[in-house]
Design a protein around this ligand. Sequence first.
Ligand code: DSN
Length: 427
Amino acid sequence: MQRDTAIFDLIGKEDRRQMEGIELIASENFVSSQVMEAMGSCLTNKYAEGYPGKRYYGGCQFIDEVETLAIERVKELFNAEYANVQPHSGAQANAAVMLAVLKPGDVFLGLDLSHGGHLTHGSFVNYSGILYRPVAYEVTRENGVVDYEMMGRLAEKEKPRLIIAGASAYSRDWDYRRMREIADRAGALLMADIAHPAGFIATGMLNHPFPWCHIVTSTTHKTLRGPRGGIILMGSDFENPWGLKTPKGAAKMMSQILDSAVFPGTQGGPLEHVIAAKAVAFEEALSEGYRKYMKQVRDNAKVMAQEFIGHGYKVISGGTDNHSMLIDLRTKVPDLSGKVVENTLVKADITINKNMVPFDDRSPFQTSGIRVGTPAITTRGMKEIDMKEVVGLINEVIMNISDDKVIALVKQKVNDMMAKFPKFTWD
Ligand code: DSN
């Protein structure tokens, strides 16, 4: 068999694209070489349906050790009592939790997609909105932060079985304690999807969902800087939602229900090469270097938000507590959609994504906003001073949206700038 040059040429092109451009998609990052090595290992050859010590296939002795290490490391990272590292993605993790705690038609509360929520938190095109009955809370019009009063009113009225904290495009911290009070009053379970801020939570830089949330889900490839994948966690204080006498008994029962909801409920064979890579990333995230990295991610994001504001853009909620920010283009360039800005920035090798903004008057295919984030460029070693230059280049493109000459010049500046940064730096 000859080498598959068609595919490897394309991989080479993608590698160059990643090296030469400024990557600002808030959910993306660059992994270390050992995370990549584990992902590309012989573990991909192995079937291992089941869990460590309880597999449906022989020859899992080393796989069991890999998965156990991943579980132990992620428990240490998040101070969790229970972890399932098998979900293939964040969406799969959320599907498994919903299968475990909801019946079809049950009501749950999640943040509205156009206010920063995630597809799996109740969008009508997603299983979460097709199988269950989602009710959406929003952010306030005045300051763009989660409207906890609205959430409380909706919970009281709708009596959801589950309330979800978490978002895809939200730059502020979450008040899990207040949400737990709302959940307790409504008789609901509380779940946090920490896919975006996971790295800040692991390093103590944002509120921890434990002990307030019964269940936590996350992806492993955003701020956590691991391979593409998902996890499900529970803390030590899981209180039983079914009136059992001992919380311990409830926690054990819930962990079994969650395990069954992942396999065989929603998935078959786990991706053990990815689980090995998750284990590597968890160990990296326990290091001092990673803590310094996360601090730089936030410092960079804060400077970036201020620069956008300085250039006359509206940043939703006026700034950021984390790695991301949502920019409402309507204040500065009301005629430009997020789609046009996204497409034009790509021509200059700057990658962002169009995003709905709260109370948007454009469709999700056009949008009035863009979302940007700093995890990937911080991994490349960029610092606060570079953020000013990056925002300046974005502004130059936006203000010259139809001028191909200016855009070509910006692209050259971007490529020259990025030639100075390796793909991965430790801190
Ligand atoms: N699609 C991801 C994001 O970009 O935020 C979330 O799953």
